[in-house]
Write a protein that binds this ligand. Sequence first.
Ligand SMILES: [Zn+2]
Length: 351
Amino acid sequence: MGESRSVDGSTPSLRRTGPQGAPVAPSGFTERTSQAPPSPITLHCGTLLTSMMPLRNATLSVIDVTQFGEPNAGCAYLLSATKIALIDTGTAASAPRLLEALRGLRLDYVFITHIHLDHAGAAGHLALAHPEALFVVHSRGLPYLLDPTRLVAGVRAASPTLAPMYGEPLPVDGDRVAACADGESFPLGLDIALVAIETPGHAPHHVCFFEPTNGVLFAGDAVGHHGAPVDLPLTVPPRFDPAASRASIVRLLGLQPRTLAFTHYGLANDAPALLMAYPRHVDEWLARVDALRARLGPEEVPDAVLSEPRYALLSPVGREVVRLCVRGALLTLDAQPETRASQRVREQRAG
Ligand SMILES: [Zn+2]
């Protein structure tokens, strides 16, 4: 049943820090732009920071799960109509913080965009604390919710540095999990629904969830890491599929979303522009890695990428995430034998 390739729990977290590790304000590293969402209300619930945005017939809350201990690195979304849905869970290490944010709520659904451990790692912890919630996931990801053992092994292989920071995921009972079909709609009442949109590319088990009444698209990792300090195509191991990613973006554009809800990180209202820019952003990233790969050994390429000024002030965790995306890009390029750079090398060698 399901996945034959190894999977990782690869995680973007691109906080930039100042000399004492303090977060630094965004400063124009990004080529992409976004507008602030309309009228968010920021709530402080104990130590938790949550932004709440009123929608037509619903409320949308952004729960900062402080992924890897860093703010604005990973979030979960709470969509409340008659029924209440959570979209993505954050890591197992973030579970206490997430559960605190959800205390007193009755969750009807937990929608998982994909089973990487920064999106689904807290699922088992949530299942214990919210016995009424049904977990919805792509059929190829479903076995990993029931048994996250291989996800943990995948993370350890992909990034021994980050692996301990994910925490310990717990299994979810099979009778609590449903595989969603492409195009399947989950009504939440009050004319609010979430529609599953299969979006392979970042991972073969990736699903976006679209709320048509308000035009909000819960993007998971399908449109990369968004916002300060750098936008980053999430070309993580084991193999990012650029053609599938491009096709998924075309499909998402066809939905005409107004707002993108990024797990990494937050809401952006210029959805069409961001979607249209992403394939070019991916191509440019792969071309940069490809050019370095043509003259350096694979072990040297991540450091060469990180020597670029745009990454100079990334936190150690952010630098490790970039490394992970470079490693994934190298695997992707290896799977495409005749890239521009490799063609150039071949021609040079030929004379
Ligand atoms: Zn992912």
